[in-house]
Design a protein around this ligand. Structure first.
Ligand code: DX5
Ligand code: ZN
Length: 224
């Protein structure tokens, strides 16, 4: 396997009163990206943060700010997330009837464009979007909450890797990723691993070394 694996801790599992320090802590411990879960209480049954909060995270992020929108509608908010400083903006294919337009608008706003699929959505749903996407996010939980159990999507990941072919499209996995599940998805073709509870568990801004150990455990599991 030659694809380098990136780890993107989800700050959904961070201390919500201390995002700046939490972001600096995970980056100092080797996080490749920072994954930001935006939820609207409508597309998913939970509510997190919007553009002003994402803008406040921006100065703390020195790697890549990977913003995952679990909202509908999407298009009206794309420019706000560009202004807030997102590097990658991912929308769900289930969020509306015009995903081509959404992906084009994300790229036109100067960001990399991602398309996410819920566990119940087949790989074929994004087949005709692959030329417009920089990243496909395969959900391995039903979105809305951290700490849920992994749903096996390895067949879908393998199918997407085949469909992507020579294109420069990353496959990101989101939900229930830990040292046990990470090797399954990487062997199937994933190259970006989002992890919330498996990175933040047991650590804190005062014990950032635990975040480092948790990330190392995931990396070691996929390179073993
Ligand atoms: C779920 C979010 C995930 C979540 C992952 O809706 O998109 O990013 O925070 O958390 P864990 O790794 O705990 O499943
Ligand atoms: Zn996410």
């Amino acid at each position: 396997m030659t694809r380098p694996i990136k780890i993107a801790p989800s700050i959904l599992s961070a201390d919500f009163a201390n995002f700046g320090a939490e972001i600096r802590a995970i980056e100092s411990q080797g996080a490749d990206w920072v994954h930001v879960d935006v939820m609207d209480g409508h597309f998913v049954p939970n509510l997190t943060f919007g553009p002003p909060a994402v803008k406040a995270f921006r100065p703390h992020v020195t790697t890549v700010m990977d913003v995952h929108l679990m909202i509908t509608p999407v298009d009206a908010y794309i420019d706000a997330y560009a202004t807030a400083g997102a590097d990658i903006l991912t929308a769900h294919v289930e969020a509306g009837p015009h995903p081509h337009r959404t992906l084009q608008a994300i790229r036109a706003a100067g960001m990399k464009a991602g398309i996410a699929l819920n566990p119940g959505t087949p790989a074929d749903a994004v087949e005709h979007l692959l030329d417009l996407a920089d990243l496909v996010c395969v959900m391995t939980v039903n979105p809305g909450f951290g700490g849920q159990s992994f749903i096996d999507m390895t067949a879908k990941i393998a199918r997407l890797r085949e469909m992507i072919g020579d294109r420069e499209v990353m496959i990101e996995i989101d939900g229930g990723v830990d040292p046990t599940t990470a090797p399954l998805v990487v062997n199937a073709g994933a190259n970006v691993l989002v992890a919330g509870s498996a990175v933040f568990r047991g650590g804190s801004v005062d014990r950032p070394d635990v975040y480092g150990e948790n990330m190392r455990a995931i990396r070691d599991a996929v390179t073993a």
